[in-house]
Design a protein around this ligand. Structure first.
Ligand SMILES: [Zn+2]
Ligand SMILES: [Zn+2]
Length: 299
């Protein structure tokens, strides 16, 4: 397959994806200013100070939005590992987009590309094969991935509200930032949005960088994915990344009882409430086949 026929780069400017991008997808400088500006604004913690209440706000805005990314963008939109209704589907997408990681079709479409071309240099969206920095955050400023990879996420394009959110992805984070400022002033904005968003970025990126470099390999996948317990906890179960690459259709990424997977526990709770259904569990032979192996040590 030639580079020009690479499906990730197949961008449609008509049909349901017309208007899938806002002007900000075409302009790199504003995105860089906002991205590094939010990083620099973390220094405002020295101005506003800290309190137990602010740390609680940080934890809440971090973990709730992280669930939007893991339970929404990743396990629902990218992998369709469970089902839900149209309203809850939109609420998940809106919550996830408040994490400031662009829109649902862009995120999930590129993530499908990551599984399809995992660790193939120049083809995988974010692989340590292209260097640690590139896998971690360099790729988000690579113009090749600016646009929504429409061919990879076609089935969700029939929902105009998702196409709208994919174009107007700055709206939910801007509303969150405004609400925090109006309710709690500058301290709430700094801890509940600025610091929280930067931690969300780098914890999410770590799945693409660290979880392809450091950790246990229990499944002999054709990529470099690893199980990393620290990011299993911080990223609500996403750190069991070798499990996930081996059987990515599963709603669970922690396959064993001790592989803590909070996203899965929350989804089981939502299932009891009737908000989500048809959760796809990993087959027993998949779980058992990797139970006691550590290929990284054996190698
Ligand atoms: Zn991966
Ligand atoms: Zn995935």
């Amino acid at each position: 397959m030639s580079d020009t026929a690479h499906p990730i780069r197949e961008i449609h400017t008509d049909g349901p994806f017309a208007g899938a991008e806002g002007w900000w997808a075409e302009h790199e400088l504003p995105a860089r200013i906002v991205y590094w500006g939010i990083h620099a604004a973390c220094l405002l913690v020295f101005v506003v100070g800290v309190s137990p209440g602010l740390l609680l706000l940080l934890a809440a805005t971090f973990f709730v939005r992280m669930f939007g990314i893991t339970g929404g963008y990743h396990r629902y939109f990218a992998h369709k590992s469970y089902k839900t209704g149209r309203v809850f589907q939109f609420l998940l997408a809106a919550l996830a987009s408040s994490a400031t990681q662009k829109g649902p079709l862009w995120w999930a479409g590129h993530h499908r590309g990551h599984h399809k071309y995992a660790d193939q240099p120049g083809k995988d969206v974010h692989s340590p094969a292209d260097g640690f920095y590139y896998a971690h955050q360099g790729w988000i400023f690579d113009r090749r991935w600016d646009k929504t990879p429409t061919a990879q996420i076609r089935e969700f394009s029939r929902y105009p509200e998702l196409v709208w959110l994919n174009r107007w992805y700055p709206v939910p984070p801007a509303l969150l930032a405004l609400a925090l400022f109006l309710i709690g002033g500058l301290p709430a904005l700094v801890w509940g949005f600025v610091v929280s968003t930067v931690l969300l970025w780098h914890t999410t990126y770590a799945i693409n960088s660290i979880c392809h470099i450091w950790g246990r390999r229990v499944y002999d996948t054709p990529d470099t994915s690893r199980n990393n317990w620290l990011f299993g906890l911080l990223a609500l179960g996403e750190g069991w990344h070798n499990n996930h690459h081996f059987y990515c259709a599963s709603v669970r990424q922690g396959f064993r009882w001790w592989e803590i997977d909070v996203t899965y526990y929350v989804l089981k709770g939502l299932e009891k409430l009737g908000l989500v259904w048809d959760l796809r569990e990993p087959p027993a032979h998949v779980v058992n086949s990797g139970a006691r192996r550590d290929l990284a040590k054996a190698a």
